[in-house]
Design a protein around this ligand. Structure first.
Ligand code: ROI
Length: 167
């Protein structure tokens, strides 16, 4: 019997109607095999981390329970990105849709294709705040509390005056 792991997925888009792209990607996550949908955060508007000559982002985080392995999950997410039309333009540049595995249970993984926890999540309010919205008492594999990480963020990208409406 395979165990069920709680997995957090970060979603981001800043091209071709970003809100629609994020909602579409959230919907495709519901089609993952051997996976149960748990919840997702609100959608957040954020200014770009990285080059500033690109549009603002819409970000969200989803929580699932899955029996897929990390690499099986990564393959599925990359297939969703490709079928939704993702083309890589430049490093830390604009993107139609990004689906990142943030946490996979309490596991840590360091391979060429995949690093878990996501190496940049602790510096990104557009990841930590949506995660805390769905799991306010979350503790990371290195024992950090999500609330402590949020209070230690050096920089904010989320535009609090521009929370995205649901539909
Ligand atoms: N910036 C924001 N605000 N949101 C993202 O999802 C995002 N994703 C990225 C880079 C380009 C680093 N910047 C981002 O990949």
């Amino acid at each position: 019997m395979k165990v069920w792991q709680e997995v957090y997925i970060g979603l981001g888009s800043n091209l071709s109607d970003p809100k629609m792209q994020v909602l579409k990607a959230l919907d495709s996550l519901k089609d993952l095999p051997n996976t149960q949908w748990v919840s997702h955060s609100s959608l957040y508007s954020s200014r770009p981390q990285g080059p500033q000559d690109q549009p603002d982002f819409v970000n969200a985080v989803a929580l699932l329970k899955t029996q897929l392995s990390p690499i099986e999950l990564l393959d599925r997410l990359q297939a969703f990105e490709t079928s939704q039309g993702k083309v890589k333009k430049r490093h830390w540049g604009e993107r139609l849709i990004d689906l990142d595995i943030l946490l996979y249970g309490h596991e840590t993984l360091h391979t060429e294709r995949l690093i878990i926890p996501h190496p940049f999540m602790i510096e990104r309010d557009f990841v930590l705040l949506p995660m805390a919205e769905i799991s306010p008492d979350l503790i990371l594999p290195n024992h950090s509390r999500i609330k402590d990480l949020i209070s230690e963020l050096p920089e904010g990208f989320i535009m609090t005056d521009r929370k995205v409406e649901k539909s």
